[in-house]
Design a protein around this ligand. Structure first.
Ligand SMILES: O=P(O)(O)OC[C@H]1O[C@H](OP(=O)(O)OP(=O)(O)O)[C@H](O)[C@@H]1O
Length: 183
């Protein structure tokens, strides 16, 4: 058993967004994205692992509104199960050729922004015509990398460690259907 007990973390955390409110915000984002991509078929890149539940929910909301997506995924991590970030490690790069394509990245959180900054730069190096970012959550602080801003945002979370809805507490709790913030 891990030293980092999920039940204890939940005792020491506040529920900040429940499933209903998150799904409502994701549906709201989907309306904007569908309007912005009318007539297009973007490459939809899920940023694993944390982006998975959000990307799936958003994809369904987009499909319901008539926007088709070409699915692929990537895995780049800099937290590796810890609660503070380090250097970015690429574990999987997408196989889909990005040259000339509109790319939509779907991830759970923009915290300090280093992860999505590097991923966006790599997609542009591959020749993507455009790269946009959809993030379920952005963290409210002034430590974000300059020039990194999500194009579509679900909710703003406080400057505390958050978990649930894809985000892990020491690799646990990703499938909690809500967002919690540690006290
Ligand atoms: O804005 P940043 O400070 O760079 O942090 C945000 C990134 O950190 C998390 O990934 P993590 O490295 O934990 O990998 P994981 O998704 O596999 O948990 C999260 O999913 C984002 O991709």
């Amino acid at each position: 058993m891990s030293n980092h007990d999920l039940a204890a973390a939940l005792e020491n955390a506040d529920l900040i967004f429940d499933r209903r409110s998150l799904e409502r915000e994701i549906a709201r984002m989907a309306v904007r994205i569908r309007n912005d991509y009318a007539g297009a078929r973007p490459v939809y890149l899920t940023v694993m692992h944390g982006g998975l539940p959000f990307a799936a929910q958003l994809a369904m909301e987009l499909g319901q509104r008539g926007l088709d997506l070409e699915f692929d995924y990537l895995h780049a991590t800099r937290y590796r199960g810890a609660t503070t970030g380090a250097d970015l490690v690429w574990k999987h790069r997408p196989a889909t050729p990005l040259r000339g394509r509109r790319v939509l990245l779907a991830d759970d959180i923009v915290d300090e922004g280093h992860t999505l900054h590097a991923i966006r730069a790599w997609c542009l190096e591959q020749g993507a015509a455009e790269v946009r970012i959809a993030a379920l959550a952005v963290k409210a602080h002034d430590r974000c990398v300059e020039g990194l801003c999500a194009d579509y945002v679900g909710v703003e979370v406080p400057d505390r460690y958050v978990f649930g809805y894809g985000m892990d507490f020491h690799e646990q709790g990703r499938n909690l259907p809500a967002i919690y913030a540690l006290r």
